[in-house]
Design a protein around this ligand. Structure first.
Ligand code: NDP
Length: 263
């Protein structure tokens, strides 16, 4: 029997087991996907090995530690320097980032994006910035404070703190901050956000399952908008197929993960 887990702190809220186990059940696989609270990030690989896992997902706040601790890193995770998927391969633990391609796939209905503004400069912003750049999209990053912008300016992204930002035209505005998740706040000053939205086409909020103030403002400006639900779904599909060495059609995995999301 194959065992999979999601590592994080906190972890009880994660819906990844629901998504993965629904696919496992419908495909009649001899496997189970569970949650594991990790309080000390140095224990990630030790726990993976102790549980004899075939694969794992990693969530907040352990993605950077997992990048540092796994045996080998593949793909765009090398640029992002954070991983959300671990796969056991011939005794080695390989790290991948499926948040980035998962985000990009979730933009499938958005056409002709040339210029993007990312609000927030945490781990999710890094994944999104690198995947957009790999698709030749010009990326700027706006954050309320300066410290986290250094990573982005060191990698040649345009960066702004709230203090030095001036309005420009962007095709898409992406909120990667938790503003609006547990409160009713916007990720940036209302007036400036409204101006940005007057000339944008699309808005994306990585928060899912909630019409955030950011998405409400986008709707009021007639932008095409989307929440983070499909990003969550697609990163899960890509991780599932990494666990099974690309054995399944992504469409089949999507069908059962979407069904589980609707529970
Ligand atoms: P981090 O903690 O790494 O970064 C958070 C960023 O948001 C920082 O730049 C911080 O700014 C900024 N920020 C925090 N609070 C506010 C606020 N009230 N107003 C403005 N800026 C703020 O978080 P992550 O990048 O790991 O995660 C961000 C969000 O993405 C979470 O809500 C998470 O649930 C969601 N997420 C969704 C996924 C999906 O599949 N849909 C996948 C992964 C994450 P500062 O530097 O000034 O502190």
């Amino acid at each position: 029997m194959k065992l999979f887990a999601i590592f994080g702190n906190p972890i009880s809220h994660s819906i990844s087991p629901r998504l993965h186990n629904n696919v496992i059940q419908h495909l009649n696989l001899d496997a189970c996907y569970t949650r594991k609270l990790i309080t000390n990030q140095e224990d990630i690989i030790k726990t993976f090995k102790a549980l004899k896992l075939t694969g794992a997902n990693v969530t907040v706040p352990h993605k950077e530690a997992a990048y540092r601790l796994c045996d080998e890193v593949r793909g765009i995770a090398n640029e992002i320097k954070a991983i959300n998927t671990l796969v056991q391969e011939k005794g080695k633990i390989i790290g991948y980032n499926t948040d980035a391609p998962g985000f990009y796939q979730s933009l499938n209905a958005f056409k002709n994006i040339q210029k993007a503004l990312i609000i927030g400069a945490g781990g999710t912003a890094k994944a999104i910035a690198f995947i957009l750049r790999s698709h030749h999209i010009d990326v700027s990053v706006l954050n309320r404070s300066e410290a986290r912008l250094k990573f982005f300016s060191d990698h040649d992204f345009s960066t702004f703190s709230w203090k030095d930002f001036s309005i420009d035209q962007y095709d898409i505005i992406i909120n990667t901050t938790p503003a609006g998740l547990k409160d009713d706040t916007l990720p940036f000053e209302t007036e400036s956000l409204a101006k940005l939205m007057q000339s944008a086409h699309y808005a994306f909020d990585v928060i899912y399952g909630k019409m955030t103030p950011f998405l409400k403002l986008a709707s009021a400006h007639d932008l095409i908008y989307k929440d983070g639900r499909d990003m969550l779904l697609y990163q899960g599909i890509l991780a599932f197929n990494l666990f099974y060495n690309q054995r399944f059609d992504n469409k089949i995995i999507e069908k059962y993960m979407r069904e589980a999301l609707a529970f």
